[in-house]
Design a protein around this ligand. Sequence first.
Ligand code: AMP
Length: 401
Amino acid sequence: MLNKKSVDDINVKGKKVLVRCDFNVPLKDGKITDENRLVAALPTIRKLIADGGRVILCSHLGKPKGEPKPELSLAPVAVRLSELLGQEVKFAADPEVVGPNAKAAVEAMKDGEVILLENTRYRAEETKNGEAFSRELASLADVFVNDAFGTAHRAHCSNVGVTQYVETSVVGYLMQKEIDFLGNAVDNPVRPFVAILGGAKVADKLNVISNLLEKCDTLIIGGGMAYTFLKAKGYEVGTSLVDDTKIDYCREMMDKAASLGKELLLPIDTTIAKEFPSPIDAEIEISVVDSKAIPADMMGLDIGTKTAELYADAVKSAKTVVWNGPMGVFENPILAKGTIAVAKSLADTDATTIIGGGDSAAAVNQLGFGAQMSHISTGGGASLEFLEGKELPGVAAANDK
Ligand code: AMP
């Protein structure tokens, strides 16, 4: 369990509460195309409103690189949040984030009212955790609440620096839920614990593989990263995605699994094509071959049917499953079958199922299995760093219980 103070441990009546949310939502022509992160932030905001706090929300959006970019303004978020909350969320449109609009709005606030500041990354100091901007943010508030799991692996002004200049810093419900799910899975799992890793590159997940091998009972590897493992086993992998600099690492991980008595599952068959689809959803001709029989001029782009069954069987006997990274090029319906099979096996089990953020969350939602998972993380990078066993600076900065 997370040993940090939360919104349940403080009294915010009449206090100015600065809440760092993760409103980094995809926008198209000024419209929010996926509001999962807004919805996920509502429980904390509602709690603070109900308790009579004066709620000052802040977040980053995209990468404006330290200058105001109108297309990355949080203004559309204020509009949608007002609808979701059923009360006005006043937008403080200051290009410097903490400017005259924000100050005046905070000054005029009554208990239970909500305002939203402009994109914190309009300020160049934000991502450098600079003192001046941290102090400016802190000057608006009596209490700080961090509910932005998606940025918890970064030390920025709005989630770490600011905590040095307010007396009370706690975590919100979303942060608590994320850490409880991921933390219980990794450190206190109901066994058998099966971890499934996929995605493009081994290099992106080196520490995750190593750490999860120590914690889980079975580690399943799929996606592009599987081919470096298969090559390390001495197989021909054709033109599949391979990182030749990580072959020794993969051998080490296979040895580590053997010496720890852990099961490490690799694709026994693979879906191949002549080349990577272009555009990504182009119709392509595929075949499925044994993983030992990939022709030299072919590329592996998804796990095969037997592998999908093998992985589904492993999931069936699990009590805890953590999944990060697709099993193949799931953006293409012809190459999404392995990812769908694994998603379906998670949807069908009674085990606790936890999906890492980013591509895996997108894949599960896009394939229509979102509602059947125990928890879908809102943080891609943050959930990966958590699975690596790293302490997240955004969490560490909150007051201990
Ligand atoms: P990641 O961001 O590491 O989770 O990787 C996700 C990306 O990996 C997706 O865009 C997939 O299309 C891609 N991917 C999955 N399997 C393969 C593969 N066999 N070859 C190339 N790319 C893959």
